[in-house]
Design a binder for this molecule. Sequence first.
Ligand code: AMP
Length: 320
Amino acid sequence: MLKKIYKAIKKYDTIVIARHIGVDPDAMASQIALKESILLTFPKKCVLAVGTGGAKFSYLGALDKLEDIDFSKSLLIVLDTPDKKRVDSTEIDSFAYKIKIDHHPFVEEFCNLELIEDTKSSACQLVLELLYQTKLKRNQSIIEKLFIGLVSDTNRFLFNSDSSLFSFVSKILKEYSLDLPHLYQQLYMRPLHEVRLQGYIEQNMKVTENGVGYLILTSDVISKFSADVGSAGNMVNNFNYIDEILVWLMISEDKKNEIIKINIRSRGPVINTVAEKYHGGGHKFASGARVTTMEEAELLIHDLDRVCDRYIQDMEGVEE
Ligand code: AMP
């Protein structure tokens, strides 16, 4: 499969690299690193990394505008996105050939060639494998970006139990001298107002009977802390390992887009099947959803509570 992807990259002079809406470091690092690698290998190609960016991730590089290309002669590579509706790009169907490279559970087929490995840590790990197993070239800057993406998606290797990833990281560290403190600083540096918002969440989080921790962040609260919906939702990553909490979620009101964005995490119960009921999806233990009313958000909390209840009962059954 990796060789087939390489052949397609070699064949097309114009290549567009897209990823999911709601950019995150893994999605953006994988697309910019792949773009740099293709240009390093084939300097004459036109390669565009597209989608809405975020000032927060500008250290990963700049994104391109999708213009002045003949889609019917171009290759589209979609990274880190299991379904067509979440691709942050237009004209998907106009491309001559489409490739998907993803580590989410399968949702739907919408590309000619699909590399889906949901046991892999990140889109960046899949791009790394592509670079190491084909003739695509790599350099320090490309490897640094891919390292940042995989560190981000594994939460500094917290969620990774795959020995092949550790072997890969060891190989990279032998080959390139990465300044890890500097890279971590780029990824994790945040303004004081975000830390204050985290404190607010810690103080006000509610917990249901069966261990669902949640907080509704209204637009007013988000503005009071000078945060935005994206950074408020990202706080969800900071609440692992709390005795009383098995599943936790941030419910952020996005008044401008008339939507309520929900970020969900779990340290046991499977949550993506619940997220799917609420216009969402994702991984077993890291999912997201979108609803339009607080009543729907409450139903989602209720469903998650039931999932936790079943999980607790199953665990008690195992212990007996
Ligand atoms: P996040 O909380 O935004 O970091 O998302 C966690 C995981 O859930 C990622 O794999 C996302 O791609 C996925 N995800 C988030 N929101 C949605 C959604 N509305 N629909 C499908 N998948 C989602």
